[in-house]
Write a protein that binds this ligand. Structure first.
Ligand code: ARG
Length: 422
């Protein structure tokens, strides 16, 4: 570091001192921000850059193109990792068991993806002898929290940098920088594109008119899900089979989880299901609106929740949603590695041991409705449930005695209050 440069003052212990950055592992998406970063890091830190691109099932991504772009922009190494199986098995499956949603219907696909992306960044940084991990998150979102908390937890020896947070370039300056440095800029430059994040569990769009809370969704935001008004006039029924809380079949056909989720998404897209227009309380304090397209989650979570309630007792069914909510919040809030999350997983797994069976759903123009249920573990007896019959485990003549004792405290308290009033 030269004498005229001010001494670097980190806010957090894991932030990299520019003077000691030699080799950077960059989480590279191929988009404008991370492409500019790829050049900028080489210029400003005089550091080598190793790129890592993670495939979590983003639809329509061409990884060959991304890799070629990284090489062209000077990356010394370039890794593309297909992490779909790992994402499905280690992140989405536990989320299904926890019926994980945040707020009013956000199934956490981004929040589930980030800790895996950051975990892979740590693995590849170590393998490629990098001292620093760089990501393209801004300073206003949850994603920076999820990534940096993961790196700081798993690899205290690694530092991080987040150039988008510190370089003070707006979109215009980024485009100018890209032009000067031979970085290809996709599409027109007048209208900023939506900010997209997606994987096999869902897709989010932010920015542009989405920031106007009174602006109803424009059609072009829906790139996955058919708009409900254009969905087929015929309903379609789909059955989802589960074993121990994890989906294993679709319409009776056994499928691996990745393929099952991809096929569920396809069916959901066709019928316009899984559109969520969401205002979110971010952990960094802001309220932000997202448009989510979550066709697979709309089908699988609806089926899972129904089956779980069918095999659970009234007590289990009243208790678990509070734990589900805690699980979802920890994950949303970037604390995937918090031990309480794995403690909760132990509970989820215990409950899930019974969650096997099949749920039928009818999809029609944006709606998902449960229509059939079957499970060998259902805490259900059709004979007992029959309206008027008496016998077996249920003697209707026992009911009055039950009611008298069940209502005892409530009746006593009611009488005391009436006496107090008069
Ligand atoms: N609001 C969601 C979340 O915080 C999705 C974020 C999407 N990320 C993005 N870089 N566009 O999890």
């Amino acid at each position: 570091m030269s004498a005229d440069q001010p001494h670097f003052q980190p806010t957090a212990t894991y932030e990299a001192d520019p003077a000691s950055v030699d080799r950077v592992l960059l989480l590279y998406s191929g988009g404008l921000d991370t492409s500019v970063m790829l050049k900028w890091i080489q210029d400003h830190y005089e550091a080598e850059v190793v790129c890592l691109t993670v495939n979590l099932g983003q639809p329509g991504e061409d990884y060959g193109v991304i890799e070629a772009k990284a090489k062209q922009l000077g990356a010394v190494e370039c890794h593309v990792v297909d992490a779909r199986e790992r994402f499905a098995a280690e992140f989405v499956a536990p989320a299904i068991k926890a019926n994980a949603v945040y707020g009013n219907g956000y199934p956490l696909f981004t929040a589930l993806g980030r800790p895996l992306i950051a975990q892979l960044a740590v693995e590849y940084a170590r393998r490629s002898d990098c001292d620093t991990i760089a990501h393209g998150c801004t300073g206003k979102g949850n994603d920076q929290v999820r990534i940096e908390a993961t790196v700081a937890t798993l690899a205290p020896e690694l530092k991080t940098i987040a150039p988008v947070r510190s370089w003070e370039m707006g979109r215009e300056e980024e485009i100018a920088y890209a032009r000067e440095n031979g970085i290809p800029v996709k599409g027109g430059t007048e209208v900023a594109p939506y900010s997209i994040d997606d994987n096999l569990w869902g897709r989010s769009s932010e920015g542009r008119w989405i920031e106007d809370l009174d602006h109803a969704p424009e059609d072009d935001v829906f790139q996955l899900v058919t708009r409900p008004e254009e969905a087929p006039d015929e309903a379609e029924t789909v059955t989802v089979g589960f074993e121990a809380g994890v989906p294993v079949s679709l319409n009776g056909e056994r499928l691996g989880l990745v393929e099952l989720l991809e096929r569920a998404a396809e069916i959901g897209c066709r019928h316009g299901v899984g559109i969520v227009d969401h205002i979110e309380d971010r952990i960094v304090g802001l309220k932000v609106r997202d448009i989510y397209e979550v066709p697979a989650a709309a089908i699988v979570l609806t089926a899972h929740e129904e089956l779980e309630r069918l095999v659970g007792t009234i007590h289990q069914n009243q208790f678990k949603p509070a734990l589900d909510q805690k699980w979802g919040y920890l994950v949303y809030a970037g604390l995937w590695w918090e031990p309480l999350r794995s403690d909760l997983d132990a509970y989820m797994n215990a409950v899930s041991a019974q969650v096997s069976g099949e749920i039928g759903l009818r999809l029609f123009k944006g709606s998902v409705r449960v229509v059939t249920r079957s499970s060998a573990n259902a805490v259900y007896d059709a004979e007992l449930a029959t309206f008027s019959e008496s016998g077996g485990l249920f003697d209707q003549n026992a009911s009055p005695g039950f009611i008298e004792i069940w209502s005892l405290q409530s009746r006593m308290a009611h009488r005391l209050r009436q006496r107090g009033e008069s």
